[in-house]
Write a protein that binds this ligand. Structure first.
Ligand code: BG6
Length: 277
Protein backbone atom coordinates (compact mmCIF):
# COMPACT_ATOMS: atom_id res chain seq x y z
CA UNK A 1 0.00 0.00 0.00
CA UNK A 2 1.32 3.43 -0.99
CA UNK A 3 0.73 6.17 1.60
CA UNK A 4 1.85 9.78 1.87
CA UNK A 5 2.81 11.64 5.00
CA UNK A 6 1.98 15.26 5.77
CA UNK A 7 5.00 16.47 3.77
CA UNK A 8 3.92 14.54 0.69
CA UNK A 9 6.65 11.92 1.03
CA UNK A 10 5.52 8.55 -0.38
CA UNK A 11 5.98 5.31 1.57
CA UNK A 12 5.22 1.67 0.89
CA UNK A 13 3.42 0.32 3.93
CA UNK A 14 3.78 -3.44 4.20
CA UNK A 15 1.46 -5.43 6.39
CA UNK A 16 1.99 -9.18 6.17
CA UNK A 17 1.29 -12.01 8.65
CA UNK A 18 5.07 -12.28 9.27
CA UNK A 19 6.08 -8.62 9.28
CA UNK A 20 5.10 -4.97 9.22
CA UNK A 21 7.45 -2.59 7.46
CA UNK A 22 7.68 0.80 5.85
CA UNK A 23 9.89 1.88 2.93
CA UNK A 24 10.13 5.46 1.65
CA UNK A 25 10.36 5.75 -2.13
CA UNK A 26 12.87 8.53 -1.47
CA UNK A 27 16.11 6.61 -1.16
CA UNK A 28 14.39 3.16 -1.22
CA UNK A 29 14.85 3.84 2.46
CA UNK A 30 13.43 1.32 4.91
CA UNK A 31 12.39 3.16 8.07
CA UNK A 32 10.79 0.36 10.06
CA UNK A 33 10.76 -3.45 10.07
CA UNK A 34 8.83 -5.24 12.79
CA UNK A 35 8.75 -9.03 12.44
CA UNK A 36 5.64 -10.44 14.11
CA UNK A 37 6.21 -10.86 17.84
CA UNK A 38 9.40 -8.77 17.87
CA UNK A 39 10.33 -5.12 18.31
CA UNK A 40 11.54 -2.96 15.45
CA UNK A 41 14.85 -4.13 13.98
CA UNK A 42 15.66 -0.49 13.08
CA UNK A 43 16.14 2.80 14.94
CA UNK A 44 14.40 5.91 13.61
CA UNK A 45 14.96 9.48 14.68
CA UNK A 46 11.81 11.10 16.12
CA UNK A 47 12.92 14.40 14.56
CA UNK A 48 12.56 13.70 10.85
CA UNK A 49 10.80 16.60 9.20
CA UNK A 50 10.48 14.53 6.01
CA UNK A 51 11.28 17.37 3.63
CA UNK A 52 11.84 15.53 0.36
CA UNK A 53 15.26 17.07 -0.30
CA UNK A 54 16.68 15.93 3.05
CA UNK A 55 18.08 12.49 3.84
CA UNK A 56 16.01 10.54 6.35
CA UNK A 57 17.74 10.04 9.72
CA UNK A 58 17.39 6.44 10.88
CA UNK A 59 16.36 3.18 9.24
CA UNK A 60 18.77 2.16 6.46
CA UNK A 61 19.99 4.96 4.19
CA UNK A 62 21.55 3.64 0.99
CA UNK A 63 24.90 5.42 0.55
CA UNK A 64 25.75 5.20 -3.16
CA UNK A 65 27.77 5.47 -5.46
CA UNK A 66 30.28 6.65 -2.91
CA UNK A 67 30.59 6.46 0.84
CA UNK A 68 30.83 9.65 2.93
CA UNK A 69 32.88 12.25 1.06
CA UNK A 70 34.92 9.88 -1.06
CA UNK A 71 33.77 11.90 -4.09
CA UNK A 72 32.72 15.55 -4.42
CA UNK A 73 28.97 16.02 -4.02
CA UNK A 74 26.43 15.43 -1.28
CA UNK A 75 27.54 13.37 1.73
CA UNK A 76 26.98 9.63 1.06
CA UNK A 77 26.02 10.13 -2.59
CA UNK A 78 22.80 10.70 -4.46
CA UNK A 79 20.71 7.56 -3.89
CA UNK A 80 19.27 8.46 -0.49
CA UNK A 81 17.69 11.73 -1.64
CA UNK A 82 16.45 10.45 -5.02
CA UNK A 83 13.07 8.91 -5.80
CA UNK A 84 13.11 5.21 -6.57
CA UNK A 85 10.50 3.13 -8.39
CA UNK A 86 8.87 -0.09 -7.24
CA UNK A 87 9.48 -2.80 -9.86
CA UNK A 88 8.24 -5.97 -8.19
CA UNK A 89 6.55 -7.53 -5.16
CA UNK A 90 6.28 -11.24 -4.36
CA UNK A 91 4.65 -12.85 -1.34
CA UNK A 92 6.24 -16.25 -0.65
CA UNK A 93 4.08 -16.89 2.41
CA UNK A 94 7.10 -16.70 4.76
CA UNK A 95 8.20 -13.31 3.56
CA UNK A 96 7.56 -10.53 1.15
CA UNK A 97 10.15 -9.63 -1.47
CA UNK A 98 10.16 -6.11 -2.89
CA UNK A 99 12.33 -4.80 -5.72
CA UNK A 100 13.01 -1.16 -6.50
CA UNK A 101 15.26 0.61 -8.96
CA UNK A 102 16.74 4.05 -9.21
CA UNK A 103 15.66 5.27 -12.66
CA UNK A 104 18.65 5.71 -14.97
CA UNK A 105 17.45 9.21 -15.94
CA UNK A 106 17.82 10.30 -12.30
CA UNK A 107 21.31 8.83 -12.09
CA UNK A 108 22.31 10.59 -15.33
CA UNK A 109 20.84 13.85 -14.08
CA UNK A 110 23.02 13.84 -10.96
CA UNK A 111 26.07 12.07 -12.40
CA UNK A 112 26.24 12.91 -16.12
CA UNK A 113 29.65 11.24 -16.54
CA UNK A 114 28.57 7.93 -14.95
CA UNK A 115 26.68 4.97 -16.41
CA UNK A 116 25.13 2.79 -13.76
CA UNK A 117 22.10 0.63 -13.15
CA UNK A 118 21.02 0.29 -9.54
CA UNK A 119 18.49 -2.07 -8.04
CA UNK A 120 17.64 -3.09 -4.52
CA UNK A 121 15.78 -6.11 -3.22
CA UNK A 122 14.28 -6.31 0.26
CA UNK A 123 13.32 -9.61 1.87
CA UNK A 124 11.03 -8.92 4.79
CA UNK A 125 9.96 -11.72 7.12
CA UNK A 126 11.25 -12.94 10.47
CA UNK A 127 14.47 -11.11 9.51
CA UNK A 128 15.39 -8.29 7.13
CA UNK A 129 17.68 -8.67 4.17
CA UNK A 130 18.73 -6.02 1.65
CA UNK A 131 20.64 -6.73 -1.56
CA UNK A 132 21.92 -3.70 -3.47
CA UNK A 133 22.98 -4.57 -7.01
CA UNK A 134 25.05 -2.14 -9.08
CA UNK A 135 25.86 -2.74 -12.74
CA UNK A 136 28.37 -0.78 -14.76
CA UNK A 137 26.37 -0.08 -17.91
CA UNK A 138 29.03 2.16 -19.46
CA UNK A 139 31.96 1.48 -21.73
CA UNK A 140 34.77 2.10 -19.24
CA UNK A 141 35.72 0.91 -15.76
CA UNK A 142 33.97 2.81 -12.94
CA UNK A 143 34.75 3.06 -9.24
CA UNK A 144 32.08 2.28 -6.67
CA UNK A 145 32.03 2.74 -2.92
CA UNK A 146 28.88 2.39 -0.85
CA UNK A 147 27.23 1.41 2.42
CA UNK A 148 23.96 0.09 3.78
CA UNK A 149 23.93 2.51 6.70
CA UNK A 150 21.83 0.53 9.20
CA UNK A 151 20.71 2.42 12.32
CA UNK A 152 20.02 -0.19 15.01
CA UNK A 153 18.23 0.28 18.33
CA UNK A 154 20.03 -0.32 21.63
CA UNK A 155 18.66 -0.25 25.16
CA UNK A 156 21.59 1.82 26.48
CA UNK A 157 24.71 2.61 24.44
CA UNK A 158 26.84 2.59 27.61
CA UNK A 159 26.04 -1.10 28.08
CA UNK A 160 26.30 -2.05 24.42
CA UNK A 161 28.93 -4.42 23.10
CA UNK A 162 29.59 -5.51 19.54
CA UNK A 163 31.07 -8.95 19.14
CA UNK A 164 32.69 -10.34 16.01
CA UNK A 165 35.30 -7.66 15.27
CA UNK A 166 37.87 -8.82 17.83
CA UNK A 167 41.33 -8.65 16.26
CA UNK A 168 40.12 -6.73 13.16
CA UNK A 169 42.04 -3.71 11.85
CA UNK A 170 40.25 -0.40 11.61
CA UNK A 171 40.69 3.11 10.26
CA UNK A 172 39.64 5.77 12.76
CA UNK A 173 37.74 8.43 10.81
CA UNK A 174 37.97 10.83 13.78
CA UNK A 175 41.78 10.94 13.88
CA UNK A 176 42.64 9.78 10.35
CA UNK A 177 44.84 7.06 11.85
CA UNK A 178 44.82 3.64 10.17
CA UNK A 179 45.82 0.13 11.28
CA UNK A 180 44.36 0.19 14.76
CA UNK A 181 43.55 -3.30 15.98
CA UNK A 182 40.36 -4.03 17.88
CA UNK A 183 40.92 -5.55 21.32
CA UNK A 184 37.89 -7.40 22.67
CA UNK A 185 34.36 -6.28 21.81
CA UNK A 186 33.60 -2.75 20.57
CA UNK A 187 32.30 -0.64 23.47
CA UNK A 188 31.13 2.98 23.56
CA UNK A 189 32.22 5.77 25.89
CA UNK A 190 32.62 8.58 23.34
CA UNK A 191 32.17 9.28 19.63
CA UNK A 192 33.00 6.28 17.45
CA UNK A 193 33.44 6.53 13.67
CA UNK A 194 35.51 3.64 12.32
CA UNK A 195 35.90 1.60 9.17
CA UNK A 196 36.81 -1.98 10.04
CA UNK A 197 38.49 -4.05 7.35
CA UNK A 198 38.18 -7.74 6.60
CA UNK A 199 35.62 -10.48 6.50
CA UNK A 200 34.35 -10.24 10.06
CA UNK A 201 31.81 -12.99 10.49
CA UNK A 202 28.43 -12.00 11.85
CA UNK A 203 28.50 -9.00 14.17
CA UNK A 204 26.43 -9.49 17.30
CA UNK A 205 24.95 -6.51 19.05
CA UNK A 206 24.63 -7.24 22.75
CA UNK A 207 22.83 -4.49 24.68
CA UNK A 208 22.22 -6.58 27.79
CA UNK A 209 18.63 -7.25 26.81
CA UNK A 210 17.27 -10.73 26.20
CA UNK A 211 18.12 -10.96 22.51
CA UNK A 212 21.05 -10.13 20.28
CA UNK A 213 20.71 -8.34 16.98
CA UNK A 214 22.90 -10.06 14.41
CA UNK A 215 24.19 -8.29 11.31
CA UNK A 216 25.71 -10.32 8.49
CA UNK A 217 27.14 -9.12 5.17
CA UNK A 218 28.03 -10.41 1.72
CA UNK A 219 30.06 -8.68 -0.97
CA UNK A 220 31.60 -6.51 1.73
CA UNK A 221 35.04 -6.43 3.31
CA UNK A 222 34.52 -3.27 5.31
CA UNK A 223 32.05 -2.33 7.99
CA UNK A 224 31.47 1.10 9.47
CA UNK A 225 30.67 1.44 13.16
CA UNK A 226 29.31 4.83 14.11
CA UNK A 227 27.85 6.57 17.14
CA UNK A 228 27.92 10.39 17.23
CA UNK A 229 27.91 10.71 21.04
CA UNK A 230 27.09 14.03 22.73
CA UNK A 231 28.71 16.86 20.75
CA UNK A 232 28.06 15.56 17.27
CA UNK A 233 24.46 14.74 18.23
CA UNK A 234 23.93 18.49 18.76
CA UNK A 235 25.29 19.29 15.30
CA UNK A 236 23.53 16.57 13.29
CA UNK A 237 20.40 17.36 11.34
CA UNK A 238 17.17 15.65 12.39
CA UNK A 239 18.79 14.01 15.39
CA UNK A 240 17.71 14.53 19.02
CA UNK A 241 20.43 15.59 21.47
CA UNK A 242 20.07 12.34 23.44
CA UNK A 243 19.52 10.15 20.35
CA UNK A 244 23.02 8.68 20.58
CA UNK A 245 22.02 6.78 23.73
CA UNK A 246 19.64 4.42 21.97
CA UNK A 247 21.25 3.74 18.57
CA UNK A 248 24.34 2.46 16.88
CA UNK A 249 25.14 2.12 13.18
CA UNK A 250 26.60 -1.09 11.79
CA UNK A 251 27.07 -0.41 8.09
CA UNK A 252 27.83 -3.15 5.58
CA UNK A 253 30.15 -1.30 3.22
CA UNK A 254 32.57 -1.18 0.36
CA UNK A 255 34.43 1.80 1.80
CA UNK A 256 38.02 3.03 1.73
CA UNK A 257 40.36 0.40 0.25
CA UNK A 258 37.34 -1.91 -0.13
CA UNK A 259 35.96 0.26 -2.97
CA UNK A 260 35.22 -1.76 -6.11
CA UNK A 261 36.32 -1.15 -9.69
CA UNK A 262 33.64 -2.53 -12.03
CA UNK A 263 34.55 -3.37 -15.61
CA UNK A 264 31.99 -2.54 -18.33
CA UNK A 265 29.00 -4.87 -17.89
CA UNK A 266 30.17 -6.06 -14.48
CA UNK A 267 27.83 -6.14 -11.46
CA UNK A 268 28.44 -6.11 -7.75
CA UNK A 269 25.90 -6.94 -5.03
CA UNK A 270 26.21 -5.71 -1.46
CA UNK A 271 24.02 -7.58 1.02
CA UNK A 272 23.22 -7.15 4.67
CA UNK A 273 20.90 -9.17 6.84
CA UNK A 274 19.58 -8.16 10.26
CA UNK A 275 17.94 -10.63 12.59
CA UNK A 276 17.17 -11.01 16.28
CA UNK A 277 18.24 -14.21 18.02
C1 BG6 B 1 28.69 7.59 8.94
C2 BG6 B 1 29.99 8.28 8.81
O1 BG6 B 1 28.65 6.52 8.05
O2 BG6 B 1 27.62 8.48 8.64
C3 BG6 B 1 30.03 9.49 9.72
O3 BG6 B 1 31.05 7.37 9.12
C4 BG6 B 1 28.84 10.39 9.41
O4 BG6 B 1 31.25 10.19 9.55
C5 BG6 B 1 27.56 9.59 9.50
O5 BG6 B 1 28.81 11.47 10.33
C6 BG6 B 1 26.28 10.38 9.21
O6 BG6 B 1 26.35 11.01 7.98
P1 BG6 B 1 25.17 11.94 7.48
O7 BG6 B 1 25.61 12.50 6.15
O8 BG6 B 1 23.95 11.05 7.35
O9 BG6 B 1 24.97 12.99 8.55
Amino acid sequence: QLVRNEHGRAFLDISHPRVKARIALQGAHITSCVPTGQGDLLWMSPENDARPDRPIRGGIPICWPYFGNERPGPSHGIARTSDWRLTGAVDTGDMIRLSLELPRGIIKHHLPDDDWQLQVEFELGSSLSIALRTTNSGGRAQVLSQALHSYLPVRDIHETRLWGLEGAEFFDQLTGVDHHRQQGPVTFSGEVDRIYHGHASAIQLDDSSQHYLVVTREGSESVVIWNPWTDKSQRLGQFPADGYKTMVCIEAANAGPDHRVLAPGESHTLVTQISRV
